[in-house]
Each structure stands twice: as structure tokens, then as C-alpha cells.
Ligand binder design. Structure first.
Ligand code: ZN
Ligand code: ZN
Length: 368
């Protein structure tokens, strides 16, 4: 009996001490001294700056996927965006909803964006344009509007977003002043181009400081026009397909590129989703069936890469969303049979470095 009481007393003391410690920690967290808050804020900014310098430490062709999703909601993926960094050029391809946030937490300074390139005008590629233009202006104190390149229809899209952000432009200037936010730097300067209807059609649309960007037609019908891009820098090259079906012309446009950034729709996964969503009160089932018509499958991407002699394939614009990482390998399983090189499924924040003067390519996750 005595032993039992002694043990209970000991336990009571331990629980009491534990309770007092918990209260003390809670009190400390609620009343964090300003010196500690100040230290944490300074440290996070310094860490971020050091990280940015470290990521782009060598002259190379860098690609970052900052939006690897599509219109269907995916908690882990923003909608379409790929960034190419080469020398002093920061080139952004597409601007899907949510992608601007991912860009801002990546090692890119949005204010330094050199140009934006649009592949087509589906909402998952343009929905973040207003936010992007505003942030680039606000963070970069831009003296000139953002140069945007895209196929016909560009002016209509850009003018619409500029009109929608007129009120906010005024609010921002009222708070921060015109010195920080020059009026003449707001918005965008559209450079649209016409490649006609021939799928073989291509054109150099941007050359600056050793970087060349070539636009080429893709088949995303009934969406027309729709283009992909090929970027060259100091002997290395990357092809960004945009949204497309498999076509023979894609093989030509991608020929001998080091890196292929391709969209992909897994048809088996899409029909499973269509089936699973049949009895929900949504249009998901019909949408999952309809979209098979104008996208390329992972197997077709692999076949294309094989025929085009691609070194590295990176899959983005993941259709349909994969609800868990467990499904990433099955998504690409059949594709691997058709391509001897490496196929990688991108995430928001995947950095691909194409080193110069060699065939070396390295892949690293920055945000996962
Ligand atoms: Zn899309
Ligand atoms: Zn599309």
C-alpha cells in the first residue's frame, strides 16, 4: 500500500512539473521577445538571399517548373508555368493560376523577368497574368511594361487583364508612390506572331544576350492557335511543348534537344477518374473523358523523345491530378518502355540544370 502511495506521489510530481513547463512554453510563445522575432525575420531573408545566389552559381541553362498542374484542382500543383534562366535572361512560359506564388518562393526575383511567352489561351495557362504583371511591376519598380510574346489573340487577353487591374494599379500607387511604381512600367507590351496553320511552321521570335527562342505550331485543336517553344543557349537546348496532341511535326521541332518539357495525359488514369466521378454531382466525369481528345499521353511523349533523340524528358501539366506520390511511378510506367533515356515527373519547384560544355543534366527539388 505504502509503495503504491509513494509511486502515485512521484507520478503527481512529474505531471506537475510537466504541466508547469507546458504553461511556461505557452507563455514564452505568446510573449516572444522582439529580439527573437527580429532575429528570425532577418535570418529568413538572409537565408533566402544566400539560397538564390547559390542556385544560379554557374553559367548554365536552367529550367524551373513553377506550375505543373492543369485546370483540375491539385493541392500540390499550381497551373501551367515553366521558367528558363540563361545568362541574365529570365524567360517565363505561361502563367497559370497560382504559379506566381510558386515563382516568388523559388529562387527567381519576379522583378527581373525579361519576357513572358504564352503557348495558348486556355485559362490554366493565362489565369495568373494579372497577378504576374502587377507583382513584376511592384517588386521590380519596372520602368517598361512587361514584354509578352504569343500567337494571335494575345492583345485581347492582355488588354482584358490590364483593364481588370486598373483600379488596383491606382491603389498601389496611392500607398507606395509613383517613384517606386512608375506609371509607364505598368502592364504589358504585346508582341503577337502568326505562324499560320502549317504544323511544320516555326519562327525565331526572341534573341537577346546569347538566348534564342523559337516558336513552333502544335496541334491542340479545337484550340487554335497553340504553340510550343524551343530555347537555345550556348549550345544547350530545351523544348517546351505547351498543350498538344502527338504529331510528327513535334518530332522535327524537338530534334536533338537536350531537354523536353512535355505535358502528358495518362488515358488509363483519366478513364478511371471518369468512372470514379460518375455519381458525383459534378461535370468531372465528362471533362475527364473529353480532354483525352487534345492531349499527348506519356507513352507518346516517350516515343516522340526516342525518335527526336532527346536526352532528358520532364513531364509536367499532369493530367489527371495524381492524388498521392504513390501514383507517380505508375503514371509513367508504360512510357518507360519506349524511351531509353531518363523520364522524370516534375513538381512545383523542380530545377533542371543543363551544364555548359558537357552533356550533364542535374535535377533537384527546390520546394519539396
Ligand atoms: Zn493546359
Ligand atoms: Zn490547353
Amino acid at each position: 500500500m505504502n509503495i503504491f502511495l509513494k509511486k502515485n506521489k512521484k507520478l503527481g510530481i512529474v505531471l506537475g512539473i510537466y504541466f508547469i513547463i507546458c504553461i511556461a512554453i505557452l507563455y514564452f510563445l505568446n510573449n516572444l521577445p522582439d529580439t527573437v522575432v527580429n532575429y528570425i525575420i532577418h535570418k529568413s531573408i538572409a537565408k533566402n538571399q544566400a539560397w538564390k545566389k547559390h542556385v544560379f552559381k554557374e553559367d548554365a541553362l536552367y529550367v524551373i517548373t513553377t506550375g505543373t498542374g492543369e485546370p483540375m484542382p491539385d493541392i500540390n500543383r499550381s497551373e501551367a508555368q515553366t521558367i528558363v534562366v540563361a545568362g541574365n535572361q529570365v524567360l517565363v512560359f505561361d502563367v497559370g493560376p497560382g504559379s506566381t506564388h510558386k515563382l516568388e518562393i523559388s529562387p527567381i526575383n519576379i522583378g527581373t523577368t525579361s519576357a513572358l511567352f504564352m503557348t495558348h489561351y486556355h485559362s490554366d495557362h493565362i489565369g495568373g497574368l494579372g497577378e504576374f504583371m502587377l507583382k513584376r511591376w511592384a517588386n521590380g519598380s519596372s520602368q517598361k511594361p512587361l514584354p509578352i510574346f504569343g500567337p494571335e489573340g494575345l492583345e485581347e487577353v492582355v488588354n482584358g487583364f490590364e483593364a481588370a487591374y486598373q483600379l488596383d494599379k491606382g491603389y498601389r500607387i496611392a500607398v507606395h508612390g509613383e517613384k517606386m511604381l512608375p506609371l509607364k512600367g505598368f502592364g504589358a507590351e504585346s508582341h503577337s506572331f502568326d505562324l499560320g496553320t502549317d504544323l511544320k511552321s516555326k519562327k525565331t521570335i526572341y534573341t537577346k544576350n546569347g538566348v534564342e527562342v523559337i516558336a513552333f505550331n502544335v496541334n491542340h485543336l479545337p484550340v487554335y492557335p497553340a504553340v510550343g517553344y524551343r530555347v537555345h543557349y550556348k549550345g544547350r537546348s530545351v523544348v517546351i511543348t505547351g498543350d498538344t496532341k502527338y504529331t510528327e511535326s513535334l518530332i522535327e521541332h524537338s530534334q536533338n534537344a537536350d531537354l523536353l518539357i512535355s505535358e502528358a495525359l495518362n488515358r488509363k488514369f483519366a478513364s478511371m477518374l471518369a468512372d470514379a466521378a460518375k455519381n458525383t454531382n459534378t461535370n468531372i466525369s465528362k471533362i475527364a473523358n473529353d480532354i483525352e481528345k487534345y492531349h499527348i499521353s506519356p507513352q507518346e511523349v516517350a516515343q516522340l523523345a526516342n525518335k527526336a533523340n532527346i536526352q532528358q524528358v520532364v513531364i509536367t501539366h499532369i493530367l489527371p491530378p495524381v492524388p498521392t506520390k504513390l501514383l507517380e511511378r505508375p503514371f509513367l510506367k508504360e512510357a518507360r518502355q519506349f524511351f531509353k533515356g531518363n523520364i522524370y515527373m516534375a513538381h512545383d519547384g523542380t530545377l533542371i540544370t543543363l551544364h555548359l560544355n558537357s552533356r550533364k543534366i542535374t535535377i533537384k527539388e527546390l520546394l519539396n
